[in-house]
Design a protein around this ligand. Structure first.
Ligand SMILES: C[S@@+](CC[C@H](N)C(=O)[O-])C[C@H]1O[C@@H](n2cnc3c(N)ncnc32)[C@H](O)[C@@H]1O
Length: 317
């Protein structure tokens, strides 16, 4: 590991701590707060002061190419954490492309301000100056949330309402979806697989050829970060597609929401069905009775109503 790799890794760990120390505040409260109460990891300020030069190098490198840095590195971590924080408050929040760009800019500005502080060589009261930069960032973050809410009526309501976004064990997902993994056709795609791709990892450990997509994911050769509405389902023929508490849950939300995009969900739903190999299945929970009644007869619909409703759609020809 090079010195800058070690510094990035340490900064990453601090960043993770910062979000877990301060991430429990509801988004609605962040929007309205007049004074921010923010906890700093006791060793963070000392670490940054003691590794000033290495931290300067890391930030400088990231800021010269924010486009690349938003895919890797610290900026990427900031974006992952802040989005996870926002989605944890309400999973139905989505970002438009300009809103996403503004979020990247917000964190690049934060890093730029930190760089100015580090380059200014303040020695006495470095801690208060550091806290000052953090506070400025929180004010900017609050302004961002207020602008989000003002931009779209739907967003305003979403910020005020908590709708949890959880990840479930592979066993629970399989049980809700009524899946016996011995019967699954490959390749398998999990749509909305969760940041850790729990089910995908489980299936791969069972030697199945499984992949996952999610808008927020720890990317790997088999876990891809992409919005499911942007996914091109015509490229791969899937043996199985699964989506537990993900695509269909959001489809229902958009179906009932005044500002929703149910047409886009319906198109992707049909694209998923078309992408299946003959004999392949799409499994999802919750069920979608409002669309399942219109499935062409080249498919069979098997609905399960247990504690949670789930559906399997088999492509017959
Ligand atoms: C409730 S979680 C379920 C995750 C996983 N399927 C499970 O059961 O543990 C819903 C998932 O859908 C993902 N998601 C929401 N909107 C998405 C979108 N537009 N594109 C891709 N993934 C999305 C979220 O990031 C989240 O991981």
């Amino acid at each position: 590991m090079s010195p800058s790799d070690t510094t990035i890794e340490a900064m990453r760990q601090f960043l993770k701590h910062q979000f877990s120390l301060n991430g429990s505040i509801p988004l609605a409260e962040l929007r309205r707060q007049r004074e921010f109460v923010y906890t700093l990891h006791p060793e963070l300020v000392d670490f940054v002061r003691d590794h000033r030069q290495a931290v300067i190098e890391v930030i400088r490198t990231e800021l010269t190419d924010t486009e690349a840095a938003s895919q890797h590195g610290l900026l990427r971590d900031f974006l992952l954490h802040i989005q996870a924080f926002i989605y944890k408050n309400n999973q139905f929040i989505t970002f438009t492309a300009p809103e996403k760009t503004a979020l990247i800019r917000l964190y690049a500005d934060y890093m730029r301000e930190m760089l100015v502080l580090l380059e200014s060589m303040i020695e006495t009261d470095f801690g208060s100056a550091f806290e000052g930069v953090v506070m400025n960032h929180l004010v900017a973050l609050q302004a961002y949330v207020i602008t989000l809410a003002a931009g779209r009526r739907q967003m305003d309501a979403l910020i005020d309402k908590e709708v949890m976004c959880a990840e479930y064990s592979a066993e629970l997902q399989l049980s809700v979806l009524n899946i016996d993994i011995a019967t699954l056709s490959e390749p398998i795609l999990d749509v909305g697989c969760g940041v850790h791709g729990t089910l995908v990892r489980y299936l791969r450990a069972a030697k199945l050829d499984a992949y996952g997509i999610d808008r927020l994911v720890h990317a790997s050769p088999y876990l891809t970060e992409i919005d499911w509405l942007q996914m091109d389902f015509s490229v791969t023929a899937w043996g199985t597609i699964v989506s537990h508490m993900a695509f269909s849950n959001h489809f229902i939300f958009h179906h009932h929401s005044r500002d929703g995009v149910p047409d886009a969900f319906a198109r992707q739903y049909m694209a998923m069905l078309r992408s299946l190999n003959v004999g392949g299945s799409l499994y999802y929970a919750p069920s979608l009775p409002f669309i399942e009644q219109f499935i062409p007869n080249s498919f069979t619909v098997v609905a399960h109503s247990g504690q949670f409703s789930s559906t399997q759609i088999v492509k017959l020809r």
